[in-house]
Design a protein around this ligand. Structure first.
Ligand code: GRF
Length: 196
């Protein structure tokens, strides 16, 4: 299963996927390339470290979405790697219908809350501020609704009374680092079905 990773930031989740592949823990998944809209993102360093093509592409004039000519360029460059799976690992752009159609039913996203609670930005902070006692992370199929596609799997994290935001962030990220590579692995061996 050819996989491409898209991310905008630190890339800790991409790193866990790349490490899992190196350790032989990623089933039949093969990471072909890492794409980022941020030239200096940590995710690019992780890609290079693991010997993968690290592709920076400008996302164009918009701050929060991929649109117009840039969108077309992204589609073309990603298609080159013939991915069966596109993983959004901290990719901070909203994807529009042309992109979604190009990789229909093949795009997954990681979100740091138990969806449908706390979609959008700052999922961990939203949960913390609300005062929930259980939060976590979600891997879901991507559709045109931000953080609204069908849930694939989730991991729960207990919020202790003495947790501050940083402590909770650390716990949620730890849960993400376990969940995402495992979902990729299970998709690659057919243990989790792709949508029809
Ligand atoms: C993760 O918390 C993920 O849930 C969210 O963005 C963050 C990316 O972190 N979508 P990293 O770049 O993988 O470290």
């Amino acid at each position: 299963m050819n996989v491409v990773l898209l991310g905008s930031g630190t890339g800790s989740n991409a790193e866990t996927i790349l490490r899992a592949e190196k350790n032989g823990d990623l089933g039949d998944a093969s990471i072909k390339a890492v794409f980022s809209d941020n030239e200096n993102a940590g995710i690019m360093d992780h890609a290079s470290h693991y010997g993968k093509p690290a592709r920076f592409l400008s996302a164009g004039p918009f701050k929060t979405k991929l649109d117009g000519e840039s969108e077309t360029a992204w589609i073309k460059e990603i298609e080159f790697y013939e991915p069966q799976l596109v993983v959004l690992a901290g990719f901070m752009r909203v994807l529009k219908p042309p992109f979604l159609q190009a990789f229909q039913k093949r795009i997954i996203n990681l979100h740091p809350s138990l969806l449908p609670s706390f979609p959008g930005l700052n999922g961990i902070r939203q949960a913390f501020d609300y005062g929930v006692k259980v939060t976590g992370c979600t891997v879901h199929w991507v559709n045109e609704i931000v953080d609204g596609g069908a849930v694939i799997d989730q991991a729960a994290v207990r919020v202790q009374n003495d947790d501050n935001l940083q402590a909770l962030e650390a716990k949620v990220h730890e849960a993400e680092h376990r969940l995402l590579p495992e979902v990729v692995r299970r998709l690659s061996i057919g243990e989790i079905p792709f949508p029809r």
